[in-house]
Design a protein around this ligand. Structure first.
Ligand code: ADP
Ligand code: MG
Length: 603
């Protein structure tokens, strides 16, 4: 047995750095968070070669005196919490006391700080975790931290750093998060001689958004409340191309949550053209005991007690933003307005028949296309009595013993028909079943594509005329890393000059227009992917499957023959999870007999 020993601090810090410091953007994030925790009103960030050679963060916060500055470099040294109880309601961005020692362990590090300039400041120099010098110096109140040659002593890590331009983009994204969370603080971001962000302090969040993202001239706000949570945000529609920029804040902390990101991207995608390249900020306020921020060393991931509710709220909020930006009234608002049922309730003497006749005269599209409700397409006209409402109404006795439904002709019940060319309606033993045809098809395709990517044989069809897509140099440079994956999905893509990609074949499900977007999505994901190769590969594969299936799935407002409807339902039933799309959104909704009767005042 080898002897067991306790590792020296230097080594422990270096190991911890592996989790906290992934790339220059992590340094930017940690240092800026410290500045904000220190109450800074102005934060200046400067990078050289994407942060590989230099990250400098200067603030005018509370600063540290000599003793504190040295203590701050010790592992688990923090001024932010002192007891386990406080972990449950953390109000600062930091609390683990790990960032400074970790960063100092893997760089040439210099901390200059003063809490009270009259007493003088301190400068501490550290190299690879070893304190080289600590000396007095003059400076104004605040702190400046310089991190040079990140990973100079960890060659394996240094190898994983990407081109300066890629690292710069990550760093800038880290700054966006902080800057959007705190519009009341001024932020400056420089890369070498270029000033990339100059955002003065403001009380107006949309002003801040415009300062960060040039070209975002129109910004709409949205806000949705749901019980103990609140999702607010901003949406600046983009030029219609490219991946949207997305910042998600949870109680003022920028987080990376795949489910939430997926939800927002999907809402944008489904809103159709015009939302590519959009900028979206979602600011989620949630009671601190419903979210755990202490699940990830860099605090980028959080855990929600009720993630389903969070997810639904964020989706609703972004939909609202999309609707507002299109000048459309949100559908849910209409629901709350005078619906047919409400109007009937207002006037108890007015019968359903009257209502239906009025509606049918308004030339509304037919409600049902199934033969049971008349192929002619005219809206059903019924008598004055509620009993004749065109619905398989069951008496209370029957529903208690299970509603009476016709024989099931699909795995989900008996097919009634297609509603508004968008939803499939069915009835089963419990009530009315509504299936979102687009999301259902997306689920089917998503699994089919992932299976295909895992296998060998891929059907694809050559294009008579190859398509040239200009994607920009950064994305074109990422092509070799994903060409093989694309080929497995049936897309042949090769470089064509420094910023163009040539597409010569596509998978059978896809229209030629769709393939360009898929390739763009995948290249975007490849340039933005996490540094860890396996994780990146997985992310890219999922992006490809999600992008392909979304583009190839039948859209809403698309008529399907009864055979097509049944085939879709059969396919859906054979997926891993027919009830939720890959991003967690529901596919099937059931309106139970009880619910229906309760709402119609029958119970
Ligand atoms: P944490 O932020 O989790 O407390 P850090 O390692 O990031 O851990 O920082 C350790 C301590 O150093 C902080 O708790 C804080 O007291 C001090 N500190 C770090 N950066 C600054 C700063 N910019 N201004 C003032 N104090 C700072
Ligand atoms: Mg910190």
């Amino acid at each position: 047995m080898p002897t067991i020993r306790v590792l020296p601090d230097e080594l422990v810090n270096r190991i911890a750095a592996g989790e906290v410091v992934e790339r220059p953007s992590s340094v930017v994030k940690e240092l800026v968070e410290n500045s904000l925790d220190a109450g800074a009103s102005r934060v200046e960030v400067e990078l050289a070669s994407g942060g590989r050679s230099l990250v400098r963060v200067a603030d005018d916060g509370c600063g540290m005196d000599g003793d504190d500055a040295l203590l701050a470099l010790e592992r688990h040294a923090t001024s932010k919490i002192s007891s386990a109880d406080e972990l449950a309601h953390i109000s600062t961005l930091g609390f683990r006391g790990e960032a400074l020692p970790s960063i100092a362990a893997v760089s040439r590090f210099e901390l200059t700080s003063a809490a009270d300039p009259a007493l003088g400041g301190i400068r501490v120099t550290v190299e690879g975790g070893r304190i080289l010098a600590a000396e007095g110096t003059a400076r104004a109140r605040g702190t400046t931290i310089e991190v040079r040659d990140l990973f100079f002593n960890v060659p394996a890590r240094r190898k994983f750093l990407r081109a300066p331009e890629t690292e710069l983009r990550h760093a800038q994204e880290a700054l966006w998060g902080a800057a959007l969370a705190r519009p009341d603080v001024a932020f400056i971001f420089r890369h070498g001689p270029r000033t990339l962000i100059d955002a003065p302090a403001t009380a107006d969040a949309s002003r801040r958004l415009k300062d960060l993202w040039r070209g975002a001239d129109r910004v709409v706000r949205f806000a949705v409340h749901g019980g103990s949570m609140e999702a607010e945000g901003l949406l600046a529609p983009g030029a219609g191309r490219g991946r949207p920029n997305l910042i998600i804040l949870v109680n003022g902390r920028a987080v990376r949550d795949r489910l939430l990101v997926g939800a927002v991207l999907r809402v944008l995608r489904e809103a159709g053209g015009g939302f590519g390249g959009s900028r979206v900020v979602v600011d989620l306020k949630i009671s601190p005991d419903e979210v755990d921020v202490n699940v990830h060393p860099s605090k980028a991931e959080v855990r929600f007690a009720r993630s389903g509710a969070v997810f639904a709220l964020v989706e609703r909020a972004v939909r609202e933003g999309v609707a507002a930006s299109q000048g459309k009234v949100d559908v849910r608002r209409l629901e709350e307005g005078p619906s047919p049922v409400n109007r009937v309730a207002e006037d108890p003497h007015r019968g359903y028949g009257e209502l239906w006749r009025r509606r049918s005269r308004n030339d509304e599209p037919p409600l049902f296309s199934h033969p049971a409700y008349g192929e002619s397409g005219s809206a059903p006209v019924v008598g004055e009595r509620a009993d004749e409402f065109p619905w398989p109404v069951t008496g209370p006795e029957q529903s208690r013993s299970g509603a009476r439904a016709g024989p099931a002709d699909t795995p989900f019940g008996r097919l009634i028909g297609q509603y508004r060319n968008s939803f499939l309606l069915l009835e089963d033993g419990h009530g009315l079943v509504i299936v979102d045809q687009h999301v259902a098809h997306e689920r089917v395709l998503y699994e089919r594509i992932l299976r295909r990517l895992a296998g060998e044989e891929t059907p694809s069809q050559g294009l008579l005329e190859p398509r040239l897509v200009e994607v920009g140099e950064a994305r074109a440079a990422a092509l070799p890393s994903v060409a093989d994956l694309l080929r497995r999905a049936g897309i042949d893509a090769e470089p064509f000059g420094p910023d163009t990609v040539r597409l010569s074949s596509l998978p059978p499900e896809l229209e030629p227009e769709g393939v360009e977007r898929v390739v763009e999505d995948v290249l975007d994901r490849a340039t933005a992917a996490d540094g860890v190769p396996e994780r990146a590969a997985e992310e890219i594969e999922e992006e490809l499957a999600a992008s392909l299936s979304c583009r190839a799935a039948v859209k809403v407002n698309h008529a399907l023959s009864p055979q097509e409807q049944r085939a879709l339902l059969d396919d859906l039933a054979s997926t891993d999870n027919p009830y939720r799309c890959p991003h967690g959104r529901p596919i099937i909704l059931r309106l139970s007999q009880e619910e229906m009767e309760r709402r119609l005042g029958r119970r």
